[in-house]
Design a binder for this molecule. Sequence first.
Ligand code: AMP
Ligand code: MG
Length: 420
Amino acid sequence: MLPVKEAERLIFHAVRSLNADRNAEVVNLLDATGRILASPVTSKLDFPHWDNSAMDGYAVRFADVEGCSDSQPAVLDIVKEIPAGTPPQKTLQLGQAARILTGSMMPEGADTVVMQENTRRDGDRISVLVPPERSGQFVRHRGTFYQAGTPLLEAGVRLQAADIAVLAAAQATKVCVFRKPRVAILSTGSELVSPEQPLKPGQIVDSNQYALASWLAALGMEPLRVGIIEDHPATLKYSISEALTWGDVVVSTGGVSVGDYDYIDRILEELGGDLLVRSVAVKPGKPLTVAQFPKQHTLYFGLPGNPVSALVSCWRFVKPALLKLAGLRRGWEPVFTKAKTRVELRSGGGRETYLWGRLLATEGGLEFEIPGGSFSSGNLINLMQTNGCAVLPVGTKRVEAGATVSVLWVDAPIGSVGSE
Ligand code: AMP
Ligand code: MG
C-alpha cells in the first residue's frame, strides 16, 4: 500500500500535458469559455487604445487651471463637446476647455480632466473651482494598461468571463485552445445493469457510468461511455484494449480488489501496461490501480467499484491528473482548505481518511459539516451534495467538533490554486 503522497507523486509525474502543436483547435470566442488556451494571445491594440477621460467633466490644459480656487476660479471657454464614440476635431488653445464624458477621447492640446463636480457652468464658459492635483489627472493614457505586441494571455490558462471580455476587447474573435482530453469510461461487474433496464434481484444499477460521465463533462473532458463489461477476462481484455486506443485516459470502475473476479491488474499487464500504483493507504479508495501505456500514450485508472470510493478517488487523484493533461499550466493540483468542523470526525487511523460532507462559507470563515446518515462507503445517498472531504491523516483517530481540519475542496473553481 502506497502512502497517498507517494501515489500522487507517481501519478502526477506520469502525466504529460497534451502537446499544443498536435492537440489544438481554433474555436469561436463564445465557445471558448472553460477551454484552455493552447497558444499565447497578443493584441495589435494598445489598452487604452487612445488617451481618454476617466471622468465626466472638462478636458483642460493644466497650466490654465493650476492654482485656481473657489475665490479665484479659472474661467475657460467651452469650445467643444466630445460625445462618446467621436474623435475630437479641435485642438485646445490657451484658455479653452472641452466638455468630455468618461471614456471619450482626449482632444489635442488638453492634458488634464477636471471633474464636473469641481466646476460651475455658465453658458459657454466654465469656472474651475478646485485645481487638479497634477497634470494628467483623470486621463487614462494610451497603452498604460497593455502595450500592443506584448503577451496578453499566456498559454495554459482556462478562459473565464473576464478573459473572454479581454479577448473580445482585443478583437480576438477566434482562439486556439487545447482539444478536450478523451476519457473512456467502463463499468466492470457482472451484477451491473444500466438505469434504463429492469432490475432483477441481486443486480446493481450502474451509477458509476453516470457519475463519471457527468463529472468528466463538467471538468471539460470528452467522455466516451464504453458501457458495462462483464467480469469475464476475454471480454474485459478486448474492451480495455479498444478503450486504450481511443482515449487519452481510460477510467474503469470495479474489479481491482482482491475478489475472485477482479481481473483488471492482470489484464493491464498482459496489454503492456506499466503498473504505477496498485493500492493506496487511503479510505475510501484503497484498491486503486494506475497504469501507463507508453505505446498508446494512455493513462489507465482502475477505480474501486464502490460508487463512493470511485468518486472520492476521482476527486483526489484523477481530477488533478486530467487537468494537467488538459494543458492547464497552473492550479491543476488538488485544492485543500482549512475549515472548522461542526461535528466530531473519526477514522481508524491506519489510512489517510476522507470524510465526505459540506463546506460552508460563513461570516466567521469556512466550516465543515456532515449532513447526517451513516458513514459507510456503501451509502451512496450520503454522498449527495458533497462539496468537500475532511482529511484525517494517518495516525489521527479523532478530531473534536470546533477544531480546524484540512478539507479537500471537491468543487473548487478550476485553476483557483496558483503555483508557479
Ligand atoms: P468491486 O470493486 O467490483 O468489488 O465493487 C465493489 C462494490 O461496488 C460492489 O458492491 C459493486 O456491486 C459495486 N459497484 C461496482 N461497480 C459499480 C457501478 N458501476 N455502479 C454502482 N455500483 C457498483
Ligand atoms: Mg466487481
